[in-house]
Design a protein around this ligand. Structure first.
Ligand code: MEV
Length: 433
């Protein structure tokens, strides 16, 4: 077992790497080459990346792909996607093309409210606390003005602050539940700064005016944003679903709806169904420099809002019309954070024609809906493996270090043969004699 290290964060990047090589690696030269080959030769660019986080030793690449032909409210988009999983970008592109020919995606932002809370305990009477809160509320807002003034100038800021009594769930537990409009910013820093100022004012005023002690436990935004909602939808007459892979559109629509209904009632299926949605959502969230962990946490909480984890998409087949839609909470930003720092994030936002946060919410929701459409379409027709393994073929060939010539021959071979891992291995072995 290696010894603990102190002062590691003070080491230079090279010293950090040497310590890692000495401590964990047998072939130090090979490990050093592996790590340093991912350094960018442009020193300025490398320094920028080094400074995004702490203890950086190198860069970790993910491919950035694009899915063209997305018609969203009659505007055409090419959507950037950063993801490691083969077949996701292909599925998005295919779904985009399918719906381009059937009216495209229609979207709407339903609300944009963000939430933050100051959690505190108080052992006195609730009535006294309530009177105190009403008197101190204007001060909470006015003393945050240096933080809120710029946001207010642009039309955002604090929307409201409520006192919430949570003593039924936890002894002496109360909160300031605050709502915010953060416009094109995701708003985490803005909200947290406001909350910490609320906490300061609250504590100071409580010491002066309340008989019992008020203890602030913590002040933090919530990543659960059920009032920051976006909806995306596709629809068409059932007969228009007919395509190369959909020979019987009535049967397809009924089976597709059944599959969505299953995800609405069966949590084991719902989790995988929603995972497919997040394949699309996370990829765009990541490409546009947004916080995918925050989005994931908030979206899954929303999926469980009725007490059981359920599908985020819904489907209806009525009056010969097929309709498929998603409604999800998304707290995204197109200014601040990484958006102006990471060169590829800038590229991704420019590719999307510099969207507002509201526009980005709609694009991201569409990516999720498209991904889910493609997955459920495959699942209820050919099965997922046919398309998935075709896309995964290149990964298997790379595992076996296939040459360009071998790749070309095997890709040709698998155009008419079923791709499985063992079938590819067999084919490579045969080819190599
Ligand atoms: C794989 O990454 C995603 C799927 O499993 C989603 C689904 O089952 O709906 C194909």
């Amino acid at each position: 077992m290696p010894n603990a290290i102190s002062g590691f964060s003070k080491f230079t990047k090279s010293e950090k790497i040497e310590w890692l090589l000495d401590t964990y690696f047998n072939d130090k030269n090979a490990a050093r080459t592996l790590v340093t080959q991912y350094w960018n030769t442009n020193e300025k660019l490398q320094k920028l990346h080094d400074e995004f986080i702490e203890n950086t030793i190198t860069n970790y690449y993910l491919p950035l792909g694009v899915a063209p032909n997305f018609s969203i409210n009659n505007t055409l988009y090419t959507i950037p996607m950063a993801i490691e999983e083969s077949s996701v970008v292909a599925a998005a592109s295919k779904a985009a093309k399918f719906w381009l020919e059937r009216g495209g995606f229609k979207t709407k932002v339903l609300s944009t409210e963000k939430i933050g809370q100051v959690h505190f305990t108080y052992a006195g009477q609730f009535e006294a606390l309530q009177v105190f809160f009403e008197s101190v509320k204007p001060l909470l807002i006015s003393e945050s003005s240096s933080i809120t003034k710029n946001m207010e100038k642009r039309g955002g800021g604090i929307l409201d602050i409520e006192l919430r009594d949570r003593t039924n769930s936890l002894e002496n537990y109360y909160q300031l539940h605050a709502t915010f409009e953060t416009l094109d910013a995701m708003g985490a820093n803005f909200i947290n700064s406001c909350l910490e100022q609320f906490a300061k004012t609250l504590k100071r005023e409580a010491e002066a005016h309340l008989d019992e002690e008020l203890v602030v436990v913590m002040s933090i935004l919530s990543n659960y944003v059920p009032q920051c909602l976006v909806r995306a939808e596709v629809s068409c007459p059932v007969s228009e679903l007919a395509s190369k892979d959909i020979k019987n559109p009535q049967l397809f629509a009924a089976k597709f709806k059944q599959a969505v209904n299953i995800a609405e009632v069966e949590p084991f299926r719902a989790v995988t169904h929603n995972k497919g949605i997040m394949n699309g959502i996370d990829a765009v969230v990541l490409a546009t420099g947004n916080d995918f962990r925050a989005v994931e946490a908030g979206v899954h909480a929303y999926a469980a809002r009725n007490g059981q984890y359920a599908s985020l998409t819904h489907c209806s087949v009525e009056n010969n019309t097929f309709k498929f839609w998603i409604e999800i909470p998304l707290a995204l930003g197109t200014v601040g954070g990484l958006t102006s720092l990471h060169p590829l994030v800038k590229f991704a936002l420019e590719l999307l024609e510099k969207p507002s946060a509201k526009e980005l919410m709609q694009i991201v929701a569409v990516a999720g809906l498209a991904q889910n459409f493609a997955a459920v379409k495959s699942l209820t027709t050919t099965g997922i493996q046919e398309g998935h393994m075709k896309m995964h073929l290149m990964n298997i060939l790379n595992q076996f270090e296939a040459t360009s010539q071998e790749k070309a021959q095997l890709i040709e071979h698998f155009k008419t043969n079923v791709v499985t891992h063992s079938a590819v291995v067999e084919a490579i072995e045969k080819l190599r004699g």
